[in-house]
Write a protein that binds this ligand. Structure first.
Ligand code: SAH
Ligand code: SF4
Ligand code: F3S
Length: 439
């Protein structure tokens, strides 16, 4: 067994990268690599990077700096950089960091095994015409009861602040038949919940037997897969929430009552400058339509504060929108100028102003988040057990509304769906007692 080698994979950024990391590890598995969670044991280190904000790419270079000692001690160590910084900076990474052997973009990673075979320092940031997914080995890692499934990649929206259209390329949807095969394969391995992924997942328009299918139709078909109890999807753009997708939230029990729908700002002037192509009002009306079919849906969003030109009044409009919607969860970021994006040319809001706004916005969101979680106390909810908790006899999983729930259940098993009663809410999770097993 001298040819068993170990690979350590570190993932930054979004869920799409989590999915890609798994697929890259599997592609290298075909070359005899097994994964390790100890970097010092690794024969290869793969950093799957994110370029969305400045801090995200700085993380890569500090991680590479830390790898220098390991590479000196182990000259045969291979270091690969994948993901969106790889796409954006390409060969520049080899120049900046002598420890790096391979740089591979998000659309080229199926070529990792042959790049390793070829030896030497290499870069591949092509957007090949063939679909990388067809060239990757079948998914077969041991896994828990939840899985991601990438159905769509890339983005044609070109929001003025965002690097994704440049790092991930144009929107491409995977064909329906392949997704059904992959989903059924996951369920056969014990997966009970699948989250469909895409940078613009609700723009999905994959080829079906009779033309292009929308995301709603794909969800309706997946809901028929025996053994698949839960479906989620992320991330959506407000402009791509079509009528049938909204309707699906009302009539598909497997589609969970949780929707991440980034709005970015509540000011029409800022939304226009961001090239978002929706207004605060159109967003609020959309939320009303979703709540009309699924009143208990828990809404989540992304916000950017301090976008160039954002005034106090613009920021107040964002707070007003947050108050009007009531989010159960949200991510908020200080605007970060990204090279090559249109907004990067404009004058930024002074950092202390942006910091203060971010702080205020986060306090408002935290309050809403806490209220949404506390509203669950006393209620019966369904939990999918994902792992044992830290305490003996405890199981941890997610509720339909994606709240983390700790259940005192010595009989609990991973993969069970249980009805539980919520007893208490702490800062990041709910505590519950089991009632009965659903499946
Ligand atoms: N496709 C998704 C999200 C993509 S990136 C969408 O359309 O909403 C995830 C989040 O990062 C974005 O929603 C945005 O809030 C944030 N983000 C993207 N670029 C940013 C930038 N330059 N500065 C700060 N936050 C940014
Ligand atoms: Fe970026 Fe906008 Fe595309 Fe989302 S929709 S990935 S924010 S360009
Ligand atoms: Fe980051 Fe690329 Fe995802 S920039 S957020 S890893 S698409």
């Amino acid at each position: 067994m001298t040819d068993v080698k170990k690979i350590f994979v570190k993932t930054y950024g979004c869920q799409m990268n989590v999915y890609d990391s798994e697929r890259m590890a599997e592609a290298l598995g075909a070359k005899g690599y097994v994964t390790t969670d100890k970097v010092e044991d690794a024969d290869m280190v793969l950093l799957n990077t994110c370029h969305i904000r400045e801090k995200a790419s700085e993380k890569l270079y500090s991680a590479l700096g830390r790898l220098r000692a390991l590479k000196n001690a182990k000259p045969d160590l291979k270091v690969g950089v994948a993901g969106c910084v790889a796409q954006a900076e390409g060969a520049e990474i080899l120049r900046r960091s002598p420890v790096v052997d391979l740089v591979v973009g998000p659309q080229a990673y199926h070529r990792l095994p042959e790049m390793l075979d070829a030896g030497g320092r290499q870069v591949d940031t092509d957007f090949p015409v063939e679909d990388k997914f067809t060239l990757l080995p079948e998914r077969k890692s041991l896994r828990g009861p939840t899985a991601f499934l990438t159905v769509q990649e890339g983005c044609d929206k070109f929001c003025a602040f965002c690097v994704v259209p440049y790092t991930r390329g144009a929107e491409v949807s995977r064909p329906v038949s392949r997704l059904l095969v992959e989903a059924r394969g996951l369920v056969a391995q014990g997966v009970r919940e699948i989250t469909l992924l895409g940078q613009n997942v609700n723009a999905y328009h994959g080829e079906g037997a009779d033309g292009a299918w929308a995301l709603s139709r794909l969800l309706r078909e997946l809901a028929k897969v025996d053994g698949l109890a839960r479906l989620r999807y992320t991330t959506s753009h407000p402009n791509d929430m079509d009528d049938d997708l909204i309707a699906a939230h009302g009539d598909l029990p497997a589609l969970m009552p949780y929707l991440h729908l980034p709005v970015q700002s509540g000011s029409d002037q800022i939304l226009k400058a961001m090239n978002r192509k929706h207004t605060a009002d159109s967003y609020l009306r959309l939320i009303d339509r979703i709540r009309a079919v699924r009143p208990d849906v828990l809404l989540s969003s992304d916000f950017i504060v301090g976008f160039p030109g954002e005034t106090d009044a613009d920021f107040q409009a964002t707070l007003d929108l947050i108050r009007a919607v009531g989010f159960g969860q949200a991510f908020s970021f200080k605007y970060s100028a990204r090279p090559g994006t249109p907004a990067a040319e404009k004058t930024a809001v002074p950092a202390p102003v942006a910091d203060a706004r971010l702080h205020e916005l986060q306090a408002l969101i935290t309050g809403q988040q806490r209220a949404a979680q506390e509203a669950m106390v006393g209620r019966e909810v369904t939990v999918l057990y994902e792992k044992p908790g830290r305490m003996a006899g405890q199981m941890v999983g997610k509720s339909d509304h994606l709240h983390a729930v700790h259940v005192s259940d010595p009989d609990g098993r991973i993969g069970q769906l249980k009805r539980v009663r919520v007893l208490a809410s702490s800062s990041n999770s709910l505590a519950a007692d089991p009632l009965f097993t659903i499946e």
